[in-house]
Design a protein around this ligand. Structure first.
Ligand code: 6GU
Length: 244
């Protein structure tokens, strides 16, 4: 996958050169280009923003520099995404969808936003990473890149499977433990040391249901349950009732 990032702050993206995404770049599974929108200003002061028509606080990014920056990278196969708190809220299913694209163009906004004619005519998707406001689209863009890149075949090692993890099957991930078996007096659950894989799978399924029930009831309400899951959920509710 090729990714072009249009930004006023290319240096902010240095953190992507580490760990799994860094390796994916080194091994050419993804290639990321950074385009500084300021390089496309035609103003003698290199200005990229201006006052809003109609008045009001803040500055708006001018359409010209963004348009020329977009035109410098866009092909007929590009998917152009604008990162904005006004966008559709990003989730795992959007990450899956974007991970099959050949070419992503990520536009990072700043100030009070960008001239709306860019959004109307040159943007395919507007994406927000959640219901809070950031100072610009750069960090949001890195969130999208990380979550999309790790879904590309070969990016995760074969031991870094994403089959069981949080948000894959609509449930949050079960708890994990490693050595030592006793840490500050607290023991690893016996079942994980039993070697009984059927029991381990059932324990993990129940723990997934439990953490989802406790932290993200909204996710559970969207799910349909197997008979086994209904039984486990009833056990969880009864156990929590006893603890009260
Ligand atoms: Cl994509 N941009 C900004 N500026 N703030 C955000 C966001 C994006 N997503 C959530 N908050």
């Amino acid at each position: 996958m090729k990714i072009d990032v249009l930004t006023l702050f290319p240096e902010m993206f240095n953190s992507l050169n580490y760990s799994i995404i860094g390796r994916a770049i080194d091994s050419s599974l993804i290639s990321i280009n950074y385009i500084n929108i300021r390089d496309f200003s035609q103003d003698k002061h290199n200005r990229v923003d201006d006052y809003p028509y109609g008045g009001g606080p803040g500055m708006v990014m001018k359409p010209g520099p963004i348009y020329r920056a977009l035109e410098s990278v866009k092909t007929k196969d590009s998917r152009v995404v604008y990162l904005t708190p006004k966008g559709k809220v990003f989730n795992q299913s959007i990450a899956n969808e974007l991970s099959s694209e050949q070419h992503l163009v990520l536009l990072c906004g700043h100030y009070e936003g960008i001239d709306n004619r860019i959004i109307e005519h040159y943007i395919d998707d507007e994406i927000s990473i959640g219901d809070y406001v950031l100072t610009g689209g750069e960090i949001a863009s890195m969130v999208v890149i990380d979550s999309v890149a790790r879904l590309i075949p070969g990016v995760l090692g074969k031991d870094e499977s994403y089959i069981d993890e949080s948000h894959y099957n609509g449930l949050l991930e079960y708890p994990q433990y490693t050595r030592p078996r006793i840490f500050n007096g607290s023991e690893v659950p016996d079942v994980l040391i039993s070697g009984n894989h059927k029991k381990i799978d059932e324990w993990r399924k129940k723990q997934s249901l439990k953490v989802t029930y406790l932290n993200r009831i909204d996710l559970l309400n969207m799910k349909s349950f197997s008979e086994e899951e209904k039984k486990l959920l009833n056990e969880i509710k009864n156990e929590l009732e006893v603890e009260k």
